[in-house]
Write a protein that binds this ligand. Structure first.
Ligand code: IMP
Ligand code: MG
Length: 178
């Protein structure tokens, strides 16, 4: 185990199996359509590429980047787009792909922004869901795993920009967590 990590939460095999299942669900639900996967940089790219390879309907991909920061009182929830999509989404069947939905602030902001661009449909697929910390209610259409309230890294998720490349998901040792 890498120093700083406490234990593995999901192995590569478990992740691969679960992604196959979710991709099969998506392929069924989008039968006859083209699904546009929108990834939120940088965390979601590892999950998005793994998912896209298992989806059996035509797939397009585009990316945006956000920066989130606390407001003056220290409360979270201030989000802005740091890099927008390359192409418009009007009339598209958009599936927003996230690494993790935690408080829900990021997702709420992204859904409001994207909904304003008149896609034909807009749904959410997240790799991890930490529902116990949700502050704002947001719709999650597809999720790979529900996780407990511990800070996790790997498969795209970082701590100080490290650990994204791990093939598994691990819980950080408590003193390094948030
Ligand atoms: P929220 O849902 O707006 O609170 O923000 C979720 C974002 O916080 C994710 O996209 C991650 O970038 C980050 N995040 C939340 N929990 C974790 C974690 O356990 N590990 C790594 N990043 C996390
Ligand atoms: Mg993120």
């Amino acid at each position: 185990m890498i120093p700083g990590l406490d234990h593995v939460l999901f192995t590569e095999e478990q992740i691969d199996q679960r992604i196959r299942e979710v991709a099969a669900e998506i392929s069924r639900d989008y039968q006859g359509k083209t699904v546009k996967l929108i990834g939120v940089l940088k965390g979601s790219i590892f999950f998005l590429t793994a998912l896209a390879r298992r989806i059996e309907v035509p797939v397009q991909v585009d990316f945006l980047a956000i920066s989130s920061f606390s407001n003056k009182s220290g409360a979270p929830g201030v989000v802005r787009i740091a890099k927008d999509l390359d192409e418009g989404i009007e009339g598209d069947d958009v599936l927003l792909v996230e690494d993790i939905v935690d408080t829900g602030f990021t997702l709420r902001y992204l859904l409001q922004t994207l909904a304003g661009r008149a896609p034909n449909s807009l749904a959410v697929c997240t790799f991890l869901d930490r529902n116990s910390r949700r502050i704002v209610q947001v719709p999650v259409n597809y999720r790979c795993f529900e996780i407990p309230d511990h800070f996790v890294v790997g498969f795209g998720l970082d701590y100080n920009q490290l650990y994204r490349n791990l093939g598994y998901v691990a819980v950080m040792k408590p003193e390094k967590g948030h």
